[in-house]
Design a protein around this ligand. Structure first.
Ligand code: NAD
Length: 284
């Protein structure tokens, strides 16, 4: 039977670490770290994510500012907000909630955020930094996944790791982080010929495909660590992952549930990234 990796408990631990650091800054009379979140339009899922980010900031003591813009906001208006926040010395983190309405070029927007305030780690200079091994901001979900794997006590060095999915925000960066820990990494994707044959090699399996139930128990190596990044809605509207939990859990040694696995970690790591940007900007 797989042991459950409790992402909710782990995320509380990370947020408490951040909270203690913010408290120490406050006690020393320092400026409080500040995260600014911009949301454009009324995508209901985005609104939930943004609310949770603001809530997590309040929990940790990080100051947050929320800029809500209408769906018909022009690219130039949004870029104007980003420029103002880049120039504001009191702001440490700038996050633009994705996706953006179609009149706005997402790439241009991400490029416009000051890399020193890029708490999502999506700016090209942070992406490059990750791949060439420079000290940089690591995207929140991949960073959270590594923290969850570490919480199992399973060492990655020399292990076979398989990542299903090759997106810029999850698949590719998590593969690089696993590589940095000396795992032998395979990236599988939608054109992989025999997915099960690949995933069955994995001592550590990270699934980020956005396909409900894509990985079933027979595709999991006995004793594997299974991290399910997927967030899908099933026919009843219930949140579910990419891994069929019922069949995978008896095979795995460790497994994340959905909800309560990777999701809460993403937000906790955002708080950690905000604090990190603050410290770097403050030269501490
Ligand atoms: P994406 O759509 O950008 O990429 C999906 C990847 O999966 C692609 O590279 C594709 O090649 C691969 N894929 C699709 N179908 C496949 C198949 N049948 N077999 C093998 N590979 C397949 O998605 P993303 O942004 O990386 O997100 C992936 C999932 O993770 C989504 O469900 C998303 O909601 C979720 N997610 C969760 C969090 C979190 O905090 N929990 C954060 C980001 C993404």
């Amino acid at each position: 039977m797989g042991k459950i990796i409790d992402g909710k408990a782990m995320s509380t631990l990370v947020k408490d670490e951040v909270r203690a650091e913010v408290e120490a800054i406050r006690a020393a009379g320092g400026r409080i770290p500040c995260l600014c979140v911009i949301i454009v339009g009324e995508n209901p899922a985005s609104q939930v994510y943004v609310r949770n980010k603001v809530k997590a900031a309040a929990y940790t003591g990080i100051e947050s500012r929320l800029i809500e813009l209408p769906a018909d906001t022009t690219e130039e208006t949004l870029l104007g907000h980003i420029r103002a926040l880049n120039a504001d010395p009191a702001v440490d983190g700038v996050l633009v909630q994705l996706p953006l309405p179609e009149q706005i070029d997402q790439e241009k927007v991400l490029d416009a955020i000051d890399p020193a305030k890029d708490v999502d780690g999506f700016h090209p200079s942070n992406v490059a930094g990750l791949w060439i091994g420079k000290d940089c901001t690591v995207p929140c979900t991949p960073a959270g996944i590594l923290r969850l794997i570490d919480s199992t006590g399973v060492a990655l060095k020399g292990k076979q790791a398989v990542v299903v999915g090759r997106s810029n925000i999850v698949g590719k960066p998590v593969a690089k982080l696993l590589l940095d820990r000396h795992a032998t990494v395979t990236i599988a994707h939608s054109r992989t010929a025999d997915l099960g044959a690949v995933t069955r090699q994995a001592d550590v399996l990270v699934v980020a495909a956005g396909r409900a139930g894509l990985v079933t128990g027979d595709m999991v190596k006995p004793g594997a660590v299974v991290i399910d990044v997927g967030m899908n809605r099933n026919a009843d509207g219930k949140l579910c992952g990419d891994v069929d939990f019922a069949s995978a859990e008896p095979v795995a040694a460790w497994i994340t549930p959905v909800p309560g696995g990777v999701g809460p970690m993403t937000i906790a790591m955002l708080m950690q990234n905000t604090l990190r940007c603050y410290r770097r900007r403050a030269g501490r």
